[in-house]
Ligand binder design. Structure first.
Ligand SMILES: Cc1ncc(COP(=O)(O)O)c(C=O)c1O
Length: 366
């Protein structure tokens, strides 16, 4: 069976370094917010091209801390509206509603799966204060256009870069550096994945970074002083140590993903399958390779019978989830169709060439 994602194999490549890191960690006696977190923050900020990086406990926490920090800084307040693509993973929307802001769902461009910039202005009201752009499946949203819309309408632009570590636009700007503040997830399946939960916020804004440093650690300004009400959302020291081992390999892994995407794009030839858009540039790091098929479930069963595991990102849109009963009457036909017919093929840097050939061959025989 070709696994959809073999995390054991992905991490096996770093086994010796991980074990050495663990030994050093155990003997350091410093298990929370130590050297590894500090060094990772410096290295990841340098990688993304931002001044600051704050290590936090997950991608969802990173997003929530950005919204909370803007509330502390009085740039956002309860009840403000935040525009977000309707087809994103539910976590993007949860971050908005969990911080008592109002998510306004906007349809994506079906070619790129990213927010359709042409739909944004119609969704803006006097209460709109921010846009949460998502680089879905690893592809940058339309950076310049989204920035221009936010500037014209005086909106904060926040980036959900959970799926896009390393994606780079034609001007060399990386995911995490093309907004006011960005959230990353290091959930194990991500292009840069930890061995547990982890996340980060990147920004060039000192005030925002300082607020998030405090918020992630009980609102502490010094050992015994807390000037704001905070949380416990720190990046785990051991996860930071593991991420430091993997970060130098991220670009190489992303290149492998792009090569694999090119094989799929050049060799899958089946009129029943629609392939994803790829500019051929570094702006897509293929966290997922998404195909579309009218008979998606049948195709998925066919692939499984032939020894190929696939996945679906995502089968149920946020506005149809029980958790969002308040969105029950909303209609987002492009999003609903996407959720009905998308299928994720195996996409990762450890897939063997013979496995890739087999996947292509079986899809072409469907
Ligand atoms: C687009 C997006 N945003 C946010 C998150 C949340 O990240 P985490 O799982 O680290 O909380 C995810 C996680 O999969 C995601 O895909």
């Amino acid at each position: 069976m070709i696994k959809f994602l073999d995390l054991k194999l992905i991490n096996k490549r770093f086994e010796i370094e991980f074990k050495a890191k663990f030994d050093r960690f155990l003997n350091s006696g410093q298990y929370i917010l130590g050297e590894e977190v500090l060094k990772f923050e410096k290295e990841f900020a340098a990688y993304c091209g931002t001044t600051y990086c704050v290590g936090v406990s997950s991608g969802l926490d990173a997003l929530e801390l950005i919204f909370e920090a803007y509330k502390v800084l009085e740039l956002l307040k309860e009840g403000d509206e935040v525009i977000v693509p309707a087809n994103t993973y539910i976590a993007s929307v949860l971050a908005i509603s969990n911080t008592k802001l109002i998510p306004v769902l906007v349809e994506p461009n079906p070619a790129t799966f990213n927010i359709d910039v042409n739909n944004i202005e119609a969704a803006i009201t006097k209460n709109t204060k921010a846009v949460l752009g998502v680089h879905l499946y690893g592809q940058l949203y339309e950076v310049d256009k989204l920035k221009a819309i936010c500037k014209t309408n005086n909106l904060l632009l926040i980036e959900d870069a959970a799926q896009a570590q390393g994606a780079t636009n034609e001007k060399g700007r990386k995911a995490g550096s093309v907004s006011n503040a960005a959230a990353f997830s290091f959930y194990p399946t991500k292009n840069l994945g930890a061995l547990g939960d982890g996340g980060a916020v990147t920004t060039n804004n000192l005030e925002l970074a300082e607020t998030i440093y405090k918020l992630r650690n009980y609102g502490r300004s010094s050992t015994y002083e807390n000037d704001i009400k905070g949380f416990n959302c720190r990046l785990d020291e051991l996860q930071a140590a593991f991420l430091r081992v993997k970060l130098p390999c991220l670009d190489r892994d992303n290149l492998k993903r792009q090569e694999l995407a090119n094989s799929y794009l050049n060799k899958i030839k089946n009129p029943k399958i629609a392939l994803p858009y790829f500019s051929g540039l570094a702006d897509h790091v293929f966290h997922q390779f998404i195909i579309r098929c009218q008979t998606r479930d049948d195709l998925r069963a066919f692939l499984y019978q032939h020894g190929i595991e696939t996945s679906i990102h995502y089968p149920i849109p946020t506005h149809k989830q029980g958790a969002y009963a308040e969105f029950e009457k909303q209609r987002h036909p492009i999003t609903e169709k996407i959720h009905e017919d998308v299928l994720s093929l195996p996409m990762n840097p450890v897939l063997a060439p013979f496995e890739v050939e087999k996947i292509i061959d079986v899809i072409n025989r469907y």
